[in-house]
Design a protein around this ligand. Structure first.
Ligand code: 6GU
Length: 238
């Protein structure tokens, strides 16, 4: 099964993506599992001010990002992974909501390009153009029902959700099978059961006896019960 090997991020604030150098993602890069490029949209502008936005046709508040620099930046990013299908992720609060399932789906695209919009978003012709361009797939993605100043933080969230699922990134891949929001065998997604480690008693709080029993069958049963209780308490109803 093929999986992502290259991510390109286009933004007017490349410094916002510095955390990609840390921890799990930073390690995946230094181990050669993935490649990441972060590109300044302003490098594709031609005027002295490096303008990336303009007033909206039809009037209204705010500014809209101009299609020209975006087209150039996306074309340049595509050339960094020749002969691949490029999945263009356009970050917008109006997009499809990120779920564990979408993160899992995105692991299967070889090349992901993240377009971080700011202001009132990107001229929609950018999405329209690449939707019908050969070798491109376009997805508008949101990370939740609230509005951020731009897509940079959303990109960090989505990339972290994807990268930890890639083969070889997490040492013990069995831990991926038992975590929250992962499909269990009966087709339901649950949040995780509660975890405990040493000491056995901490500030008067004890580890549940069952976890010390060594009875794996009973422990599994207890954990499933706990996951079901937490799921019904914490998940929003559909
Ligand atoms: Cl992807 N972008 C912005 N600007 N706001 C958001 C978002 C994205 N997802 C949730 N809110």
């Amino acid at each position: 099964m093929s999986s992502v090997n290259r991510f390109d991020v286009i933004t007017i604030f490349p410094e916002y993506l510095e955390p990609l150098k840390l921890s799990l993602i930073g390690k995946a890069v230094s181990n050669g599992l993935i490649k990441i490029g972060v590109h300044d949209l302003r490098a594709q502008t031609t005027d002295v001010h490096g303008s990336v936005d303009d007033t909206p046709y039809g009037g209204g508040a705010g500014m809209v990002m101009s299609p020209e620099p975006w087209g150039k930046a996306i074309d340049a990013a595509a050339e960094l992974a020749p002969n691949e299908i490029h999945e263009l992720i356009v970050l917008t609060p109006a997009g499809e909501k990120l779920t564990q399932e979408l993160a899992q789906t995105l692991t299967k695209s070889k090349h992901l390009i993240f377009a971080c919009g700011r202001y009132e978003g990107i001229d929609v012709r950018v999405s329209d153009f690449y939707s019908s361009a050969k070798n491109f797939k376009v997805r508008e993605v949101s990370i939740g029902d609230y509005v951020l100043g731009g897509g940079e933080v959303a990109t960090l969230v989505i990339m972290e959700a994807i990268v930890r699922l890639l083969p070889g990134v997490i040492g013990n891949s069995a831990s991926l099978d038992e975590e929250s929001h992962t499909l269990s065998n009966d087709g339901e997604t649950l949040v995780e059961y509660p975890n405990y480690t040493k000491p056995k008693e901490w500030r008067g709080l004890e580890v549940p006896e069952i976890l010390l029993s060594g009875n794996h069958g009973e422990i599994a049963k207890w954990r499933l019960e706990q996951a079901l209780i937490r799921t019904s308490l914490r998940k929003e109803s559909p």
